[in-house]
Structures are given as structure tokens and as C-alpha cells.
Ligand binder design. Structure first.
Ligand code: BTN
Length: 328
């Protein structure tokens, strides 16, 4: 939809203060046919506006989309780096894809790419990440730590801790972390983190932390086959959550943990991560590609590897697995 048409239409509806505007008036104002008016109204609907159409009266706006603007994100953001160089996009394939390109082109540390919608959002293990318009936080954060590549997973854990802390600050929801990096509420998935990096054998060039948070989806927005597995902050809170405030809180928490990490190492993040984890200290079942191992989750190593002690006392180093709590 052309920007000037959208602006004229929205101004007209704003001036009407919730009253109906007739199709004829709209078509006179825009200088287009009634059919074209209907198409423009449909375009607004696709952008998240809820419009009511009543015969002989015309159209009126019922609700506007809960959009995030760059202004809203930058106003009062007290970070030094994270989020200060902000790329806000309406619709993208994947913010990860843009972040990779920008990182390659030399984007500064702390650059963030935020999108209202992703048409090809990526999850871990080549899964898809459903990212509908105006409902979630879909963003990628570029960091440039001087660390060896094998330490990059530590930043996933750092991001998970920052996100849990931010959620606790902005809402009343108390999420848990499930190894390696799912954030859950009542055992349902709320947040996914996808960390990718650009590196050579010795040194990381950039780490791209992709964060997907289900914020304002209603239960019916999730496909019926995942409704029992997924949740959103507004489902848990029973009210809409301000996405800009949540993102600002994440940027702040992440920056403060990141500064500590660069100065003092992984210790603080590891300690906090273990305190939020629902897996550590519990009896769990880990399904790896090769085997299913049941035992006691003892903790994580500095590389984010899960230490699982089986009933014979053997400690397994689990690099990648799906895990669940054991009922034994
Ligand atoms: C997971 O599988 O749990 C990780 C999901 C990560 C999704 C986020 S949304 C923003 C960023 N862009 C993507 O394409 N993926 C990540």
C-alpha cells in the first residue's frame, strides 16, 4: 500500500474519532473507485487494523495494531551499545539473515535488527519459527566479543538469563530455562534463542543472537497441534504486554551481564543460569541422536555442555539433546 494513501486514510479515520466514514467520502478523498477503496481497507486489515464495515454507514477503525516504533525503542534507552544502532523493519524473511549481512559489512557491536513480522523465521535444528505480525519480539543482536569460537554458546546462556530477568521486571511471569536455551512457563515454550556466529578457527568475528518471544498472541493464534506446547506473555498475564518496554529491558540486562562477562568471565552468568534452570539438580531423560540417557543433571560446563550422571555413576557430557524431566 502506498504510504501517502495509507497516511490520508489514517488521518481521515483519526479525524472521524471512531465514527463511520462513508465509502463515497473515502473514494472522493482518495480520488479512486469504490472497489479501490475496498482494496485499501483490506490492505489496512492486513497491517493489523481492525475495521468495521456497515452497509449505508461506511467504515470505522475499531482497533489499531500494537506497533513498535523506532522512537519508542530508542526513547529512554540507557544502554551504551545494545540497541543504539537499531534497524527496524516491518516485514523480513529472517532478522538473522539481515544481521549476518550487516555483520559482514562491519556493523558495530550492539546493532539490533527488529522486525514486526518474519516470513521465514528460523529456529534451531533447521526448524521454522512462526513469527506473526505485531504480536511478538523477533530480533537479532550482533555482538563482537574477543573470545574463541568454542565459548560462543556461553552467550546463548547469557541471553537466556537476560531475557528471564527482563520478563520478570516487565511482567509478573516467572519463567524457567530448559537446557540448552528454551525459556518456558508452566512447561510451555515462551522464548527461543538461536545463536549463530561468524568466526575463523581462533577468533570470533561476530555472534548473532536471534531472540523470538511470544508476547501478545492469543491461544487461537497458535496452530492447534502446538497449542499445548506454546504460550505467550499475554496468555500468562491475561493482558497485553508492551513489546518496546520488554525489548528495552532485555537490552539493558544483556548489556550489564555482557560487560561483566567480558571483564570477569563466565562465572556470574553460569551461576544465574543454573539458578533459573529447571533441569539442573533434577532427574531427567536426555534423548540424543545416539541414545537415551536417564540420570541426574549435575550442572553445565563452561562450554554449556550438560553433565548428566547415570545410575552407574558415569557422567555423560551431553552436547545436544531433547530433554524432559523424569517421573521416577
Ligand atoms: C528456537 O528454535 O527455539 C530458536 C528460535 C529463534 C527465533 C528467532 S526470531 C528472531 C530471529 N530470527 C530468526 O529467523 N530466528 C530468530
Amino acid at each position: 500500500m502506498q504510504t501517502d494513501i495509507r497516511r490520508t486514510l489514517l488521518e481521515m479515520f483519526t479525524n472521524a474519532e471512531g465514527e463511520y466514514v462513508s465509502g463515497q467520502r473515502i473514494s472522493d478523498l482518495l480520488g479512486c473507485s469504490r472497489t479501490a477503496v475496498w482494496k485499501h481497507i483490506e490492505d489496512l486489515r492486513k497491517e493489523g487494523y481492525e475495521l468495521e464495515a456497515v452497509r449505508k454507514k461506511g467504515y470505522r477503525i475499531v482497533t489499531k495494531p500494537n506497533k513498535v516504533s523506532t522512537n519508542e525503542l530508542l526513547l529512554g534507552l540507557h544502554t551504551k551499545k545494545i540497541g543504539q544502532n537499531l534497524h527496524y523493519e516491518e516485514t523480513v524473511e529472517s532478522t538473522q539473515k539481515i544481521a549476518h549481512r550487516l555483520a559482514q559489512e562491519g556493523a558495530v557491536e550492539g546493532t539490533v535488527i527488529v522486525a514486526e513480522e518474519q516470513t521465514a523465521g528460523r529456529g534451531r535444528l533447521a526448524r521454522k519459527w512462526y513469527s506473526p505480525k505485531y504480536t511478538g519480539v523477533w530480533m537479532s543482536i550482533i555482538l563482537r566479543p574477543a573470545i574463541p569460537p568454542q565459548h560462543a554458546p556461553q552467550l546463548t546462556l547469557l541471553a537466556a538469563v537476560a531475557i528471564v530477568q527482563a520478563i520478570q521486571e516487565v511482567t509478573n511471569v516467572l519463567p524457567d530455562i530448559k537446557w540448552p536455551n528454551d525459556i518456558l512457563v508452566n512447561n510451555k515454550k515462551l522464548v527461543g534463542i538461536l545463536t549463530e556466529m561468524q568466526a575463523d578457527v581462533e577468533q570470533v568475528h561476530s555472534v548473532i543472537i536471534g531472540v523470538g518471544i511470544n508476547v501478545n498472541q492469543k491461544l487461537e493464534h497458535f496452530d492447534s497441534d502446538i497449542q499445548h506446547l506454546a504460550t505467550s506473555l499475554s496468555i500468562e498475564e491475561q493482558k497485553e504486554v508492551n513489546r518496546a518496554a520488554l525489548m528495552q529491558a532485555i537490552f539493558l540486562k544483556m548489556e550489564s551481564l555482557y560487560e561483566d562477562y567480558l571483564e570477569n568471565g563466565f562465572g556470574l552468568v553460569k551461576h544465574l543460569w543454573e539458578s533459573y534452570s529447571i533441569s539442573i539438580g533434577k532427574r531427567i531423560i536426555a534423548r540424543t541422536l545416539k541414545a537415551t540417557i536417564e540420570g541426574h543433571a549435575k550442572g553445565i560446563t563452561n562450554d554449556g555442555v550438560l553433565l548428566l550422571e547415570d545410575d552407574n555413576g558415569t557422567v555423560h557430557h551431553i552436547h545436544s539433546a531433547d530433554i524432559e524431566l523424569s517421573s521416577k
